[in-house]
Write a protein that binds this ligand. Sequence first.
Ligand SMILES: Cc1cc2nc3c(=O)[nH]c(=O)nc-3n(C[C@H](O)[C@H](O)[C@H](O)COP(=O)(O)OP(=O)(O)OC[C@H]3O[C@@H](n4cnc5c(N)ncnc54)[C@H](O)[C@@H]3O)c2cc1C
Length: 363
Amino acid sequence: MPETQAVLPPGTDARGVVSALAHEGVVRRLYPRGAAGGLDPVLLRRLLGEADARGPQGLVLALLVQWATAVPLLADAASSPLAEKVLRSALDGETLLALAATDEGAGSDLAALGTRVRIPDGTGDGDLTVDGTKRWVTSATTADHALVLARHRPGRHFTSFTWVLVPLDAPGVTVRPADTPLFTGSGVGHVAFEDVRLGREHLLGRPGRGLALFARHIAVERLASAAWGVELCRRVVAETARHLARREVDGTPLDRHPAVRQRLAGCAVRTAALHALWTTSRDAVADGHDGAAAAVLKAASGTTVDHVLTVCAQLQGADGFAAGGIQQLRSEAALFGIGGGATEVVLDTVADRLPSVLDGLAP
Ligand SMILES: Cc1cc2nc3c(=O)[nH]c(=O)nc-3n(C[C@H](O)[C@H](O)[C@H](O)COP(=O)(O)OP(=O)(O)OC[C@H]3O[C@@H](n4cnc5c(N)ncnc54)[C@H](O)[C@@H]3O)c2cc1C
């Protein structure tokens, strides 16, 4: 099998897919230099593209979080035999991970998050205690462990946050599925932590590195999400073209109608532009964790996916409202402008780094 070829096993359950691909050796190939050494973005894109074509979209979401964010973050931060063991089990496809950053308050204001971890003084064996609530966590109802971003001291300072590895069956943890008809297969839900006692080996990395680790790994999640965005747009434009070719107005197939074909071509152009941006930024983000490049890509994918899905949904007419049709997909695809950082939030990042973003475009 060529290095980048991947064949998803049958089934739409994230745990089953993760397990089957690990047993075929695909998961290890995804991390050619080990999970802490970065992933192969082309192989990841191929896997997400296959999952997108298969659906449901919730499956793609769960795979993306596992492979692009949770496993690499765990590998980067694992500093105890317990964390190493969970990492090995995830790489072997036996453990599904969730990544819980978004709190009850505005997810766009991470520095305000309220989930707390009390860390006993010194380096003794005293228990950690976790309290708080995380909302809209992918794989919350299906994962074995969650990587939880918590504060160990009050205030908004960058060094006030720490990741904790929390078994989702630990006493004091309550998981509730999110009340939504969308994202089947994602296991998305809300998680409450009430006086959850854990040994110190559940700390991930040095206390205070939480936001630094988040910034490194959310960059790769944004690269993965843009990869999924390109694959989704390619598929939807092609499906819409086929749909239009089958429908006639006044004896002419709709895909030959001048205004219709130009709108579809416009979607293809935007998809091509996102693909080009993904291709030119992928190494800087996958290997260099370039946050500015990732923010540009995330802003572009949020707006591109929204445009393409809106136009294609319009062009599919009433059939788009059939069960599982493009109108449902369009609702789910709105996540590209919200999940992992709303478009406005990543535009703020681009605005903060405008000179270097523009310098990077010099010939
Ligand atoms: C299906 C699904 C799966 C998810 N999975 C995960 C997961 O696995 N882990 C996790 O931690 N989180 C997850 N999330 C949460 C997601 O990352 C958050 O929704 C996102 O960060 C935005 O936070 P929020 O929803 O609280 O929106 P808010 O922060 O309340 O923002 C609401 C809106 O306000 C506007 N806004 C916010 N900030 C600004 C600004 N600076 N300038 C201008 N406008 C602004 C934007 O339009 C934004 O959409 C998931 C969400 C969904 C829907």
